[in-house]
Design a protein around this ligand. Structure first.
Ligand code: ZN
Length: 225
């Protein structure tokens, strides 16, 4: 009985307290209750309102890619720059040229520039290409050599080389279309090839790497002036 009385008393006091709080400002109580009603409706409106800015933010994000488009247009002028570098033939001084090969499947000169053409002096009896593989990859994965052949024969020599396999340095033994060829080397190795200038004087000769697939990128002209 005491507990129920205490409980009811507590309940009463709680009600009293809550009522006293509400009733303390009787006049403001009415506006107070109106305000909470207005408040939930306000946030309810503000929620969709918050979604609207979100949708508006999506629109600005679309304008951001639009800003990236001019950035994508900028690389275009940069692409024209390397195109201007391509037509730079390497004129050999003396009767030899130092050619490099890289792990990126490219030929390069001592300065690291592309070598689209090597110009040989007509006064040389023989011309030597000293070749160094400056990469680190092994011969089996990124082997390089320097093969001299007529430009029209390059595809056939390369195709015969594929048949010869790595054991044959990707060159058919005694291929009559090969004017001269170095051995195939891997990263860190050096080799050389001696070219009889009288043979290539007529023009139309190229140098290339006969490792399968490399001829497409490792290929240049060998001309006599
Ligand atoms: Zn190669």
């Amino acid at each position: 009985m005491k507990k129920t009385v205490l409980a009811s008393l507590l309940a009463l006091t709680l009600i009293a307290c809550s009522q006293s709080e509400q009733t303390t400002p009787p006049a403001p109580a009415a506006p107070a209750t109106e305000t909470p009603v207005a408040e939930p409706s306000a946030p309810a409106e503000s929620t969709p309102a918050a979604e609207t800015p979100a949708a508006e933010q999506a629109a600005p994000t679309e304008t951001v890619p639009a800003a990236e488009t001019p950035a994508a247009e900028q690389p275009a002028p940069q692409e024209t720059a390397p195109a201007a570098e391509t037509p730079a033939p390497a004129v050999a001084t003396g009767c030899s040229f130092d050619l490099k090969g890289t792990d990126a499947m490219t030929y390069a000169d001592a300065a690291g520039n592309a070598v689209p053409e090597i110009v040989v002096a007509a006064t040389c009896a023989d011309f030597t290409i000293n070749f160094e593989h400056i990469g680190k990859m092994p011969k089996t994965a990124m082997g390089h050599n320097v093969v001299i052949a007529k430009a029209d024969d390059v595809k056939a020599v390369a195709a015969n080389g594929v048949k010869a396999g790595i054991k044959g340095d990707y060159l058919q033994a005694g291929d009559p279309k090969v004017v001269a060829a170095s051995k195939m080397v891997g990263g860190g190795e050096k080799t050389s090839v001696k070219v009889p200038v009288a043979t290539i004087k007529a023009g139309g000769y190229d140098f290339f790497c006969s490792f399968p697939g490399h001829e497409m990128k490792m290929h240049g002209k060998l001309t006599v002036q």
